[in-house]
Design a protein around this ligand. Structure first.
Ligand code: ATP
Length: 359
């Protein structure tokens, strides 16, 4: 039996005048989960987070947290800490006073507050920074302090609104891992808004993919990546090849001039003649091992090589695929070993069990 969810959103709608930003969102989040709201700009993820925080009032729907109906409570009556994209620290207050903000509001004894602040700045990796001011800190350090401030009252829920998007690439990766391990250590239920799919895949227990104010799919990073429920999710989460094809019958599709085996058991209606789209990740197109008698092998010609560092993004063309180009990942070592460059030819194989068919 599923335990009672820690946070339950039921039928959350939000209208801004004539515009519907959220069209009835239902979602259960369990205690200790790390959830990412992921989606393109304008899909409603920030609005949903702000409604959970009480910073925006829903037009319809209810929210319960730890069994308590919080739907109409003001922010101060709710149990969460929040970190925004822009650091939002008080510039005229020291680190210690910023972190202590929520504790002072709760009228805790001063010695106890000082002790808690020391503990928190240590927790976020900035011990001894209490006397500094926000202007003396880097962006990443300011976000760590914002995190310490959000965690000060040991809230039941941690809300993160694109907390990493103002940071440079290296700091972003470092801080997301730190947030994740801190979250694990504290066990605090966390929701992070992001439009960065790699960020969501790397930290979330479950990803909520949103589109036009509605949830498209909820699942583990692996589910969402390997088994997207729609073309939209497949496109938005990770790199994908989309190939127009024709169904030839059970388990077979024709792409360009060649017939391919396809083991996807989707909800494909009709047997032959149907126009479909085949979706396949670049890593599911293999350059080796290819054995004699393997299905789905075709001869490809390299059209373009893009060096990405640890691997190369290689665009290939083939009569077997008709007009369509395919992106595959090949290592620099493989290309060198096979003496392959633009114009070079190589056999490739589409993994039949990884081909997804969409109508
Ligand atoms: P982004 O990543 O760009 O912030 P988002 O998915 O977080 O996108 P929201 O900020 O939730 O999107 O906004 C969803 C939609 O609601 C957008 O079309 C936005 O213009 C609209 N919207 C948000 N707040 C308001 C407001 N206060 N008044 C009118 N429209 C709003």
């Amino acid at each position: 039996m599923n335990p009672e969810p820690y946070l339950r959103l039921s039928g959350i709608r939000k209208e801004f005048g004539a515009f519907t930003a959220l069209q009835g969102v239902n979602l259960d989040i369990h205690k200790g989960e790390f959830i990412c709201f992921l989606g393109p700009s304008g899909c409603g993820k920030t609005t949903l987070l702000r409604i959970i925080a009480g910073l925006e009032v829903q037009s319809a729907g209810t929210i319960t947290q730890a069994g308590r109906d919080i739907s109409l409570l003001p922010p101060a009556g709710r149990d969460y800490g929040i970190v925004f994209q822009s650091y939002a620290l008080f510039p005229n207050l020291s680190v210690a006073d910023n972190v202590a903000y929520g504790l002072v509001n709760r009228r805790q004894p001063r010695a106890q507050i000082r002790e808690r602040v020391t503990e928190l700045v240590k927790l976020v990796g900035l011990p001894g920074s209490e006397a500094k001011y926000p202007s003396q800190l880097s962006g990443g350090q300011q976000q760590r302090i914002a995190l310490a401030r959000a965690l000060a009252t040991a809230p039941g829920l941690l809300l993160l609104d694109e907390p990493l998007s103002a940071l440079d690439a290296l700091e972003r990766v470092r801080l997301r891992q730190e947030i994740r391990s801190l979250q694990r250590k504290l066990g605090v239920t966390t929701i992070m808004v992001t439009h960065d799919q790699e960020e969501a895949l790397s930290v979330a227990d479950r990803i909520v993919v949103m589109k036009h104010g509605a949830i498209e799919q909820v699942g583990t990073p692996m589910d969402v990546y390997r088994d997207p429920s729609s073309l939209f999710v497949a496109d938005f989460v990770g790199r994908i090849n989309a190939l127009p094809a024709r169904l030839e019958g059970p388990g077979r599709v024709r792409i360009g001039e060649q017939s391919f085996e396809c083991r996807h058991e989707g909800d494909i209606n009709g047997s032959g003649g149907h126009e479909v789209k085949i979706y396949l990740r670049p890593e599911d197109v293999l350059a080796r091992p290819i054995a004699a008698g393997d299905s789905n092998v075709f001869d490809a010609e390299i059209d373009k090589i893009e060096f990405m560092g640890s691997f190369c993004l290689v665009r290939v063309k083939s009569a077997a695929l008709g007009e369509h180009r395919l992106t595959v990942y090949l290592s620099l070592n493989f290309l060198a070993e096979q003496q392959l460059e633009v114009g070079g030819r190589l056999p490739l194989r589409l993994l039949p069990e990884r081909m997804r068919v969409f109508q």
